[in-house]
Design a protein around this ligand. Structure first.
Ligand code: BYC
Length: 474
């Protein structure tokens, strides 16, 4: 009998709950089966210089060492309980935070936890082939770090399902291992998690844009009146920061390298830039447009009665709920959303309660805009007259008020024909993707070497040098 108190590192006293321990014992081999099938391709024997979460203390969770990924210490970590914590919003505001699931919210909470949990293995599936085209050993190590932590985030949600939702929870935990990203019959739940991540430009965009949706959704769930969900999400957020770092610096390094080559050769024409083996800024803009728009959809409908009831019932709060200065009930407040009427986009005020998805999306857009401005600085400092732009909010949307309409990057309402004609001015065409992938046909893994299309990072991981052997291929 495996000692799971040892095998599953945790700070939830797992060893004292035999039923729960048995349930997780049953799920664990299925998880490993999923990892062997759907985790990073051909990686099972590699020794990777990874950080491992071993406790929630500041000096405990980031332990660095070589680990074979199937032996990664996936564990269950919750932020310590605050005995005085209350429900901070909605109709239960002021009550002690719930330590068990309130019966009337059971199915709603389960659904939110399942939706969150489903994204974690999905992203691992989307990224599983990228190791074979990595631009450096440093980047290879980073993608593996992201992958094992997404695996841990799945464990975090599965713990909640097993611990608080009985048989239904166990069934949902199994279903989380059965769905597959992009599968025609059994796809992942949310749209963006069924899109392919076919190359490293897409990977960095995904970790910048889509992992940041993860941050905002986790922040909203960290406000939950259901305390175990809140404490779980708080710890997950500490891991999410590294994923967004990988995305932001990855794109920064690609832009930097492109600008260097453009300057050295005094070139601006994208065809000539491409000929020198770097990614032209126009293509970077198109990838940005795609990942931004697909990620905006992840916030759900602009007007949503689901969102209103999550909030009213104290299950999912707003971004930084406790720092906001209002009544935290929102019975009177209004919030603007947009609608397409004929050929125009009109602003309309709706009850703020129903617009909470839109509000979270707007909070996200603000942070995204800051990140894009940081990328722009790299271009400006190189003295290149190119401006990166965030598309109009309605561009290329499949969920919410803009779904079914064709909105240009500047917010014009187009006919279907006009959209078809012009869409590849804004979104990567098959030829653009083919070009990007042509730069990434093999992996660069000599320590300290980087592919031609990306600049080295400013520093290595955990103060190690750039030519450190981050991955040992056995
Ligand atoms: N694709 O009332 P609505 C992360 C469905 S990322 C497909 O607006 P609601 C990560 C919706 O389910 C963060 N379907 O929905 C990042 C509903 O279905 P039903 C993940 C969609 O409930 C990178 C219907 O449309 N976490 O962690 O207000 C790497 C009506 O919509 C989509 C969460 O999302 C879509 N995009 O809002 C790894 C948090 N959007 O009822 C990880 C948990 C909506 O008609 N989830 N639908 O069958 C939620 O809070 C909510 O489910 C949503 C949707 C905000 C996503």
């Amino acid at each position: 009998m495996i000692d799971y108190t040892e095998k599953i590192p945790n700070n939830v006293d797992l060893g004292r709950d035999r039923g729960l321990q048995r349930a997780l014992e049953h799920w664990q081999p299925a998880y490993m089966g999923w990892w062997y099938d759907m985790g990073p391709n051909e990686s099972h024997n590699y020794e990777v210089y990874l950080r491992t979460a071993i406790s929630v203390e500041p000096d405990g969770w980031a332990q660095f060492d070589y680990v074979k990924m199937p032996e990664y210490r996936w564990g269950i970590f919750l932020q310590p309980r605050d005995e005085k914590r209350e429900v901070n919003f909605g109709i239960h505001k002021g009550q002690p935070a719930w330590q068990e699931v309130p019966g009337e919210y059971r199915s709603t909470l389960r659904r939110v936890i399942v939706t969150q949990g489903d994204t974690e293995p999905a992203s691992v599936e989307q990224q599983r082939l990228l190791g074979s085209s990595c631009p450096s050993m440093y980047d290879l190590r980073n993608i593996f770090q992201v992958n094992v932590e997404e695996g841990r985030h799945l464990w975090a949600m599965v713990y909640l399902l097993h611990r608080y939702f009985g048989r239904d929870g166990r069934e949902e935990a199994e279903a989380l291992l059965a769905r597959r990203s992009g599968d025609a019959d059994n796809p992942r739940i949310l749209g963006a998690f069924n899109e392919p991540t076919p190359d490293w430009l897409a990977f960095y965009m995904f970790t910048f844009f889509t992992d940041r949706d993860g941050k905002f959704q986790l922040c909203a769930l960290a406000e939950s009146g259901f305390d175990p969900l809140s404490r779980t999400c708080r710890f997950m957020l500490t891991e999410e920061a590294h994923h967004m770092f990988v995305g932001e610096t990855g794109i920064t390094r690609i832009i930097k390298r492109t600008c260097e080559v453009m300057k050295e050769n005094k070139l601006e024409d994208p065809t000539q830039v491409r000929a020198l083996g770097v990614i032209d800024l126009q293509t970077i803009q198109k990838y940005l447009n795609f990942h931004y728009s697909v990620t905006l959809d992840l916030y759900g409908s602009d007007v949503s009665s689901n969102a209103a009831s999550y909030f009213t019932n104290g299950l999912k709060g707003r971004f930084r709920e406790t720092k906001l200065e209002d009544d935290h009930v929102l019975s009177e407040a209004e919030y603007p959303v947009y609608e397409v009427i004929g050929e125009t986009i009109v602003k309309k005020n709706v009850p703020a309660l129903t617009a909470l998805n839109e509000r979270l999306r707007d909070d996200y857009i603000e942070e995204i805009a800051d990140g894009v401005a940081r990328w722009q600085r790299v271009i400006d400092e190189a003295g290149i007259p190119f401006k990166l732009k965030l598309p109009h909010k309605g561009f290329h949307r499949a969920i919410g008020n803009f779904a079914g309409h064709h909105i240009s990057i500047n917010g014009e309402v187009l006919t279907a024909e006009a959209w078809e004609k012009r869409k590849h001015e804004w979104l990567p065409s098959p030829a653009d993707e083919k070009f990007v992938q042509s730069l990434m046909t093999g992996r660069v893994v000599e320590p300290g070497k980087f592919a031609n299309w990306i600049a080295p990072p400013l520093r290595g991981i955990n103060s190690k040098p750039l030519d450190f052997e981050y991955v040992r291929f056995n």
